[in-house]
Design a protein around this ligand. Sequence first.
Ligand code: GTP
Ligand code: MG
Length: 368
Amino acid sequence: GGPVTVKEFASKMGREVSEVIKKLMMLGVMATINQEVDMDTAVILAGEFGVTVQELPPEEDPTEIAEIIDDPADLVPRSPVVTVMGHVDHGKTSLLDAIRKTHVTTQEAGGITQHIGAYQVVNQGRKIVFLDTPGHEAFTAMRARGAQVTDIAILVVAADDGVMPQTIEAINHAKSAKVPIIVAVNKMDREGANPDRVKQQLSDHGLVPEDWGGDTIMVPVSAHKKTGITELLEMIGLIAEMQELKANPNRSAQGTIVEAQLDKGRGPVATVLIQNGTLQIGDSIIAGTAYGKVRAMVNDRGEKVKKAGPSTPVEVLGLADVPAAGDVLLAVDEKTARAVAEKRIAKKRTEEMAHSQKVSLDDLFKQI
Ligand code: GTP
Ligand code: MG
């Protein structure tokens, strides 16, 4: 609740206003009859009158859906989700390609197996999910929405170029998201490769390599020569093991939109990283202002699937609208999905209207 006036407070307590003012004075607060008393003071004051005040739970926001709290007993291990970050041209895409070509589950599709903006690789029997939205723009967009999708960040630094502005930005992003960083010192095949200089530069930014007494894992790699890839995956596995990542596959799905677009033939298509629960065909879903029913799902190998569990990237068909990257996707009952989506749309419209009114007013002044 908000503040109350001295008069209101007195009537709620069934006391005289003068009594309340006196008590306030004893607490060192000078107040008049119509003065407002803040919540903290009101609680103390009530205590003085022998009344215990209970804070009411915060009002429910009709545009939010309550989070499901899992019973720890229902949690089982899940695969780590990894994002690749780093400066322009330092080899993020090349590294992802190298990982994919050397470790993708199946080779049947002849090389390019990736169909969606995320994929799984298997190293020593353990799955790792890579989000193929490299660069920190996507990362920033998701973080701005409070979506935490990454368990581990791979920071790619070209051994010949060293630490650059976007390398530092990436470090800061990962740090503020509290995501552990593994450094991949790329382009080791290059003549000008100088990994020691990279280590020095990174140490200056708080990432001290293990062999220098720090705790940052740095793996020398070459995306071109495909060297160091297995070691890198091993290190990811190691960090993931320490994180003890868990989820509950036996509940309604919760995930994050990695990317989405309008497909001419198929309608809105969203790549979703399922983070908890299991998404199934026929489930009612909501993501941002979009809602619908899962009509079909396609995995990272282009195969149709009927369900997708935790740490699985899937393409989802069936939303009536295109959601935004970073939107949280939830499987909820149809009524809730529609009602909440409509409330979100209305809220968005109000916000846009307020914005456009402000703009037109500004324009008006400009013309005068
Ligand atoms: P942006 O997406 O534009 O930020 O770049 P990126 O970080 O994805 O880099 P990308 O993989 O596109 O590689 C940039 C250039 O570096 C390309 O010309 C690659 O061929 C080259 N490159 C990437 N990895 C290596 C490597 O290990 N060795 C050598 N010699 N060149 C590499
Ligand atoms: Mg790239």
